[in-house]
Each structure stands twice: as C-alpha cells, then as structure tokens.
Design a protein around this ligand. Structure first.
Ligand code: KG4
Ligand code: ZN
Length: 339
C-alpha cells in the first residue's frame, strides 16, 4: 500500500512546530521555531504574545517543512494538529491553520492530544511498539501518570495537584536569577552543586497515591533565599549557594518523579515505562529512571532530546488514528484544559 503523508502542527505553547511524517512513522521533516526572543524580556511565556508569534511563524514553518521534506503540498494526505491542552489563543492559531489546509486539500483532519503525543514521542524514538505501558508526562504545563493500554487508550492514574515539574524548575530558576527557560539553566548550575546540601520536601513520597505536588518545594527554595522573619540573603551570598540549592531542588523533583513512576508500574502490573515532556531532557532524571527501572526489572523508553520539548513530530500519534480511519470533524474546537 502507498505510504500516506501527514503534516502536523503544534502551537500549544511557545514553540511553533510543523512536521511531516508518513504512515510508516518515518519523519520526513521537523521544524521547531522558538519564540524565545518574544518572551525572554517578560521572564516567561505571555499567552497573547505566544498567539501573535505563532501567527508570524506558522506559515514560514509550514513552507519550511514542505521544503525540507522535498514535498509539494498536494502530496499531503492528512493534517494532524494538537488541539489541546495548552494556551487558548495559541491553540486557535494552529487549529485554524490545520482546518484550512485540510479543507483546501480536501483531506482528513486528525486532532490529537498534546500530552498523549509527549508519550508517543517515546514510541517514535524506540522505533518499535511500546504499548501497553505506564506513561508519565513531565512538562512545563503537566505532570501526569497514565496507564496506556494502547496509543489511543490512555487512562489518567494521577498527577500534580498544583505546579507541574517544569513549572517548578522555571520558578526556581527565576528565584535564583537564572533566566528563562529555567529547566536547562537549573540543570547546568546543579552540576557543580551538592544535592544533599538542603533537604527539600518530597510531597506524597511516602504516601500510596500517584500524585505530585511541587508548590511547597518552590516555597522551601524561596525560604532558603528569603528566610521568613529574617533579612533576605545578599546577592553575593545567593551566588555562593546557588549551585547547592539547584542541585538539592533537582534531586527532590527527580526522586519524587522516579518513585511515583515505579509505583505506577507496581500498581498496574505493567513492565514498560515511557516518560515524555520537556523535563525528561534532564540528564539526572534520565539517569535515575534508568537505574531504578533496571532494579525493578522493567523497560524504560525515553524520547531523544529533540522529541522531549514541544514539537510536531510527536503528533505522529495521529498515524494510529489514520490506520483505523478515525478522523476529526472540521468543526472541532480547541480543548485548552483537557488531558
Ligand atoms: O514539554 P515542554 O516543551 O512544554 C510543555 O508542554 O509544557 O516542556 C517545557 C518545560 C519547561 O518548564 C522547561 O523548563 C522544562 O520543560 N525543561 C527542563 C529541561 N529542559 C526543559 N527541565 C529540567 N531540565 C531540563 N534539562
Ligand atoms: Zn508539551
């Protein structure tokens, strides 16, 4: 059977991304246009600015993806899009463009869930079937555990009750004056720090529930810098302990994420663990997952680094729907809060 070509659009947050893959899961092009320069001066992602930046970057990214894949748009057989969760205005830009292309070409639209795609990124990197598995997504917006019976059947087991893991990295980076985005900056400085210097809280660590909470950890870091009822540390003092704070904070996050992922394997009786999302770019998390999964006798699937943070190639999850002939109506709406 002739391979079908699918163009996919990701605009859920601050990366404008377009990819082309085929029904054999071969990625033919993948464009990720960063909006860093739009958001940097605000110290975080500004939703309105993200939507406007997607408007500016999306057409160029679509043309670039066709160019890179050496393909004419008439060779596209379906359009995939992440229609949620994410920032409403940002999602609207991508979904509107996807609908227009599908309508113009007279090809099916396939809307997929951005968080589920983060798990599917592991399937893409493994280059073999990984289902059934426990899926964990650790990104800037989400920290969720799923029981994934198939790629299209993911049941939520638990998740964060407040901040997401990536959000905690970003907020701690801001407290330490490390800039934005925070995750890579915290990871870098943590390399030179002592991870046992501070004993930060690990919420629910000893409890039999598959949930996370990171806001108390963030407050604990704040109290190291500005102890309640005492003067805030001087800039010079913070400089001296920054690496230790970063390393201790990172350890607290990693310990909790790994413990809950292993607990989810035990609870479901599954052997395979797939972890996706921006935070899994973190080397210390990857290493600890690998050690603990070996001890637990399981199998670990992680995305290659370029598939960890937001991208459209992971929307190859849509191929599963394509194979089953499951398409999306053109009147589909964005789903900013669904997971
Ligand atoms: O998956 P993603 O690109 O966007 C969302 O769907 O949210 O994840 C972005 C998040 C940010 O919070 C960023 O700080 C975090 O992933 N991140 C990291 C690392 N690289 C990105 N966190 C820790 N260590 C990293 N190396
Ligand atoms: Zn994401």
């Amino acid at each position: 059977m002739k391979k079908a070509n699918i163009i996919a659009i990701e605009t859920s947050c601050d990366e404008t991304s377009v990819a082309i893959f085929n029904s054999e899961l071969e990625v033919l092009s993948s464009v990720v246009a960063s909006q860093f320069k739009w958001h940097e001066r605000f110290g975080g992602v500004v939703p309105e600015v993200a939507a406007r930046a997607h408007m500016e970057l999306l057409n160029k990214s679509i043309l670039q993806s066709l160019h890179d894949a050496k393909m004419h748009i008439s060779e596209i057989n379906a359009v995939a899009v992440h229609n949620g969760p994410g920032l409403a205005g940002a999602l609207l830009v991508g979904l509107s463009a996807a609908k227009m292309i599908a309508l113009g070409l007279g090809v099916p639209l396939i809307a997929v869930n951005h968080v589920h795609s983060h798990i599917y990124a592991c399937r893409m990197s493994a280059n073999k079937d990984i289902f059934p598995c426990v899926g964990m997504v650790v990104s800037g917006g989400h920290s969720i555990l799923f029981e994934c019976k198939t790629a299209m059947d993911m049941k939520r087991l638990g998740g964060t009750i407040d901040d997401a893991a990536g959000e905690a990295f970003d907020k701690v980076a801001a407290l330490l004056g490390l800039g934005f985005p925070g995750g890579p900056a915290v990871e870098k400085i943590a390399l030179t720090g002592n991870s046992n210097a501070y004993q930060y809280p690990k919420s629910f660590f000893y409890e039999d529930r598959l949930d996370f909470s990171f806001s108390g950890l963030k407050t604990a870091v704040l109290y190291t810098i500005a102890p309640p009822g005492q003067p805030r540390l001087l800039d010079l003092d913070i400089e001296l302990i920054k690496a230790d704070i970063a390393a201790s904070f990172q350890k607290a996050v990693v310990d909790v994420l790994v413990a809950k992922a292993i607990a989810a394997l035990k609870k479901t009786g599954l052997k395979r663990l797939a972890v996706g999302g921006g935070v899994v770019a973190n080397k210390s998390l990857r290493e600890k997952l690998s050690v603990e999964i070996n001890l637990a006798g399981g199998e670990l699937y992680l995305p290659e680094r370029n598939l960890c943070t937001d991208n459209a190639a992971m929307a190859a999850l849509s191929v599963e729907a394509w194979r089953k002939g499951v398409f999306t109506s053109l009147d589909v709406d964005i789903k900013p809060t669904v997971f």
